[in-house]
Design a protein around this ligand. Structure first.
Ligand code: HAM
Length: 439
């Protein structure tokens, strides 16, 4: 039997060139979080199933998850998201200095049908603020999101941050007499609004929400795109949730976050949201899946017993973000192709090998990354290797170099050669990189 060369369907396998692109994006995300004071944390990949059953809801924890018993019979789950683990960590921690501002890069697992923007193993960027009940937390999260998109070169017209209020939705639907269970079903259909054609969606709403008046309310609410619309004002005006939504819209306007737009069709699929909810998506038609989703979850930490701690945050998919960046040609050229090593040392013959190995160590000690030939192939083949790996500089170590201690650095792009002392190499590389950036 021959073994398959393919990984399991939907699993994350990245070549070094693909990993360099991911690392570039991770770097930008980490930088954006850090300038707002967010600290990194980690949680386990493997978790008790009951944690996710209680927090994420049945759809994600059962239907869309990898779950199985371990050898001791314990029911486990490969985390499909991070928020329940974060809530547990915060609930278990004794002394935390609030507000807690944490970020993390979990690899998550969902048993979904792989398609564009959807896989079974994916990396998320999570950023959450815990312990702040006012809207300043939401505003800060939106500011981080805008900074992320700006730092990656996205312009406002290319993406949109759609937001709504789960609290307002719940207030309006419960005032029609809908039960918790009916409301959860209504959220699930509202969540499908963008994925279906208008008439298909209407049919689904009528099928799911049996009472005709309630179905109309669900459709009218989900179609609101202005907090000041007459239907919304007449239906919910004066309620706390409505006032909160109007206040938040004003805060966004004042902060100049023009990419944010109210859209009551955003309710989010997860059960734990309690307030403002939001999604970031491409305004174009190529990437239908959300780049990021999040919201306020004020009851999650308290469900562990003990102290109630409010929370707001988001999960951003690295894959969906990368697809967005590729669509708008926003991944800087050369990132995937350029080999990260600074110099390739080609060795003329075995006579110079000891000298070359010591020289390579000296350069590495000075902060220069060096790949030295270890194949013993002839010089022309060594040059070919360096060329194909797109390494920026090559230096040949032959009898002359071994005797003089001086080397000649060849810039593989411009072809220019610079003879120098080993101690001068870092300076030449820095200068070379600066010239490259300026071009
Ligand atoms: P979520 O909407 O389920 O929210 O996921 C957040 C993001 O993760 C999505 O917008 C998408 O970019 C990415 N994502 C989700 N599933 C997949 C998949 N199968 N393949 C590729 N990317 C995917 C949450 O996970 C919440 N825990 C977010 C949160 C954090 N809320 C508050 N804090």
């Amino acid at each position: 039997m021959t073994l398959s060369k393919k990984p399991l369907k939907g699993m994350r396998e990245l070549t070094p060139a693909e990993k360099r692109v991911e690392d570039y994006i991770v770097g930008k995300l980490r930088e954006a979080g850090a300038v707002y004071g967010f600290e990194e944390y980690e949680t386990p990949v493997l978790e008790p199933l009951e944690l996710f059953l209680a927090k994420s809801g049945n759809e994600l924890a059962v239907k869309q998850s990898y779950n199985f018993p371990d050898k001791g019979g314990r029911k486990l789950i490969m985390r499909p998201e991070l928020t329940p683990s974060l809530a547990r960590m915060v609930a278990a921690a004794g002394e935390l200095i609030y507000p807690v501002k944490w970020m993390s890069f979990p690899v998550c697992y969902r048993y979904e049908r792989p398609q564009r923007g959807r896989v079974r193993e994916f990396m998320q960027f999570n950023l959450d603020i815990l312990g702040v009940s006012g809207l300043d937390a939401e505003l800060e999260v939106f500011l981080v999101l805008r900074r992320i998109m700006n730092s990656l070169g996205a312009s406002p017209g290319q993406y949109i941050i759609r937001y709504s209020s789960r609290r307002l939705a719940s207030e309006i639907l419960s005032s029609c007499g809908m039960t918790e269970e009916e409301m959860a079903q209504a959220y699930a259909v509202i969540d499908k609004k963008d994925k279906l054609k208008p008439d298909e969606w209407e049919e689904l709403v009528r099928e799911t929400v049996k009472n005709e008046r309630n179905a109309d309310t669900v459709m009218k609410f989900a179609s609101c795109s202005d907090p000041d619309s007459s239907w919304l004002r007449e239906t919910a005006g004066g309620s706390e949730a409505y006032d909160e939504l109007v206040k938040f819209s004003g805060m966004l306007k004042y902060a100049g976050i023009t990419e944010a737009q109210f859209d009551a069709g955003v309710v989010r699929g997860l059960d734990y949201y309690t307030g403002i909810v939001f999604e970031v998506s491409d305004t174009g038609s190529k990437n239908r899946r959300a780049i990021c989703g999040g919201g306020r979850y004020d009851n999650l930490v308290g469900m562990f017993g003990g102290q109630k701690v409010t929370g707001v945050g988001f999960g951003l998919g690295l894959l969906t973000l990368e697809l967005f960046l590729k669509t708008y040609d926003l991944i800087p050229g050369g990132i995937s192709g350029k080999h990260p090593v600074d110099i390739f040392l080609a060795v003329y013959s075995d006579e110079e090998r000891t000298f070359a190995v010591n020289l390579a160590e000296k350069l590495r000690n000075a902060g220069v990354s060096v790949e030295i030939d270890i194949t013993g192939k002839n010089l022309s083949k060594q040059f070919k290797i360096a060329d194909r790996k797109l390494i920026g500089y090559v230096a040949v170590i032959g009898p002359v170099e071994a005797a003089s201690g001086r080397i000649t650095l060849k810039n593989m792009i411009s072809g220019t050669e610079t003879e120098c002392e080993v101690s001068e190499v870092p300076g030449i590389l820095i200068e070379g990189n600066l010239c490259e950036e300026a071009n």
